[in-house]
Design a protein around this ligand. Structure first.
Ligand code: HEC
Length: 138
């Protein structure tokens, strides 16, 4: 198996240690994006989903994260932004759902078979970060 990035390698390591088939988690990025993110950010990530017009702030164009950051994918910021649990305390309200909390609730509802709650949340977020990395325009 060829591993394309550090994030994928991390997901494999986390998944392996949790006894989960890695392919399930790595493959989760596109499906998760489509079901949870596209409504605002658009299927291709351009910020033009059907819900966008109803928001006060336009959803970010997620294909330009690297381009707008001097060509470097801002993985740490993207990870924090998706998770959202830190930002809630420091920046007040935001329009994007706090995915770290949503994923934790999903874990607690019990339809999950991987490690501890934080490992689960981090692994799911990492799959999304990795997917977004692949969407970047040059
Ligand atoms: C309800 C609409 C909505 C949904 C659903 C949504 N977002 Fe967002 N997102 C936003 C908005 C609006 C912003 C701009 C910042 C803000 O106002 O919160 C944003 C910002 C972001 C950013 C920050 C971009 C930057 O410039 O730093 C990332 C990354 C992101 N979203 C990823 C995601 C991912 C991944 C998902 C799915 C798990 C998702 N979003 C789902 C509305 C949404």
């Amino acid at each position: 198996m060829k591993i394309h990035s550090c994030a994928a390698a991390l997901a494999v390591a986390v998944a392996a240690s949790a006894g989960v088939r890695a392919a399930e988690i790595i493959g989760a990025g596109p499906a998760e994006f489509e079901s949870r993110c596209a409504v605002c950010h658009g299927l291709a990530g351009h910020g033009d989903g059907p819900f966008a017009a109803l928001l006060l702030h336009p959803p970010a164009d997620l294909t330009r994260l690297s381009a707008d950051n001097g060509g470097e994918f801002p993985a740490a910021r993207v990870r924090r932004m998706i998770d959202g649990r830190e930002a809630v305390a420091s920046h007040g309200p935001r329009e994007m759902p706090v995915w770290g909390r949503e994923l934790l609730i999903e874990y607690q509802r019990g339809n999950v078979a991987i490690g501890d709650p934080e490992t689960y949340v981090r692994t799911r977020i990492e799959a999304l970060v990795d997917y977004l990395r692949g969407l970047q325009v040059p």
